[in-house]
Design a protein around this ligand. Structure first.
Ligand SMILES: Cc1ncc(COP(=O)(O)O)c(C=O)c1O
Length: 419
């Protein structure tokens, strides 16, 4: 098929990490911003796309686009095959046991809303759901809405001053009314990598299902659903060098058989009569309407692209970038790190005494450096850490040590200007 030019579907790593060559694969990195080379450090919000992904998506529309699953013509068969192969790419990427456990959604947000709706139907007043203080609003608001509608109690696992989860407190919180633990695998603000195995131990001892929000972790940390044994895992394509508008809900074993559907419409039914209907088998039962076809295929390409690289080497590279920036920032007066966990991915949130994060981000932009500033969709965490907003630099595979240095230099200039 023209959109699948690589030799092997699995994209097994073939060469050591070559950052200049990787950068060449990202056309946007050629851009200049305000006359300076783009230094893109907003990867936790969304990552840039390699040519391989761009071409994969364009290739769908150019060569074999048609609606999936219901056609009898060649293009419909080709697009269906590519769409379902992408589902298998996802399965392999997270080492799920079966493709039937993989639901395509429009992102992590939709995946969590799906779960809150479908899982929530089986809950009753007095039941409890545990989330944590470090959650993104995507893993707060759907549960808050559900809790308010059903009279559930939402309980908050604590986070210490370094930004680490309080595991003993989490364990104490679990009781006979706990119906779900829903916790981020990696914080989008603090960078904290939560100990998934430890959370699973706590949950397992009480027979409580677990959802991990893998929106930030999936791109940085190899994940293995069969080894982890969690019930649910979500992630989103655009943070993983893939297209926006596509995400994944993984649900272990027979969860998808047992849960009621989320949205109703075409594709998710077996038979519809005037007075009754039957649903399609999972995962289609949860994929109402025409799916984001090209985006799902693009996500498959992004996964295969990422799989070409040695993931441990990527982690080491990103860690080195973060360490370099953190060391440089330590010499800047008035800078305070928000999130200093022992286990941390390449996300640096910080505050600067006397400077608003928005002003910092705007000044950095003058130097071509893209960082994010604000509450990062984590207002309860901001309050907990005693800030209203932070600036955030987040690193990806294509960033360089020179870029980490450029960021620190520009931050010094921002400080001189603002304070
Ligand atoms: C931890 C976390 N969860 C959920 C989301 C939501 O992802 P999306 O907007 O792609 O649905 C994000 C995105 O920023 C995130 O960082």
């Amino acid at each position: 098929m023209t959109a699948q030019p690589e030799n092997s579907r699995t994209g097994t790593p073939t060469a050591p990490l070559n950052i200049p060559a990787i950068r060449d694969e990202f056309p946007i990195l050629q851009r200049e911003i305000n006359g300076k080379p783009l230094v893109y450090l907003d990867n936790a919000a969304s990552a840039q796309k390699p040519e391989f992904v761009i071409e994969s998506v364009a290739g769908v529309y150019r060569s074999y686009y048609a609606n999936v699953h219901r056609g009898l013509h060649t293009l419909a068969n080709e697009s269906t095959e590519a769409f379902e192969l992408a589902r298998d790419d996802v399965r392999r990427f997270i080492n799920a046991a079966r493709t039937e456990e993989i639901v395509f959604t429009r992102g992590s947000t939709e995946a969590i809303n799906l779960l809150a709706h479908s899982f929530g139907q089986g809950l009753k007043a007095g039941d409890e759901i545990i989330i944590s203080r470090m959650e993104h609003h995507s893993n707060i608001v759907p549960w808050r809405i559900l809790a308010d509608a059903k009279g559930l109690t939402l309980r908050w696992a604590d986070v210490n001053a370094a930004g680490e989860l309080d595991y003993p407190q989490l364990a104490d919180m679990v009781n006979g009314d706990t119906k779900l633990i829903a916790i981020s695998h990696m914080s989008n603000v603090l960078g904290t990598i939560n100990h998934a195995e430890r959370i699973m131990e706590i949950a397992r001892s009480a027979g409580v299902p677990v959802l991990f929000d893998g929106s930030q972790s999936a791109v940085h940390i190899p994940v293995d659903m069969q080894a982890l044994g969690c019930d649910f895992f979500v992630f989103t394509g655009h943070k993983l060098y893939g297209p926006s508008g596509i995400g994944v809900l993984y649900a272990r074993g027979d969860w998808l058989d047992r849960l009621p559907p989320f949205m109703g419409g075409g594709e998710m039914i077996a038979d519809v009569y005037e007075d009754r209907l039957t649903f399609a088998d999972p995962p289609h039962k949860f994929e109402a309407g025409t799916p984001p076809i090209a985006d799902a295929i693009g996500l498959g390409a992004a996964i295969r692209w990422l799989e070409r690289h040695d993931r441990a080497a990527v982690m080491e590279h990103e860690r080195a970038l973060m360490d370099r920036a953190v060391t440089g920032m330590a010499a800047i007066e008035g800078v305070r790190m928000i999130g200093t966990a022992q286990d941390k991915g390449a996300i640096i949130s910080f505050a600067m005494e006397g400077a608003h994060p928005h002003d910092i981000a705007q000044i950095l932009d003058k130097y071509g450096i893209a960082v994010r500033a604000g509450h990062h969709c984590a207002q309860p965490l901001m309050r907990h850490m005693g800030v209203s907003a932070t600036a955030r630099a987040s690193f990806a595979i294509y960033n360089t040590i020179e870029e980490a240095d450029a960021f620190v230099d520009a931050l010094k200039k921002a400080r001189d200007f603002l304070i």
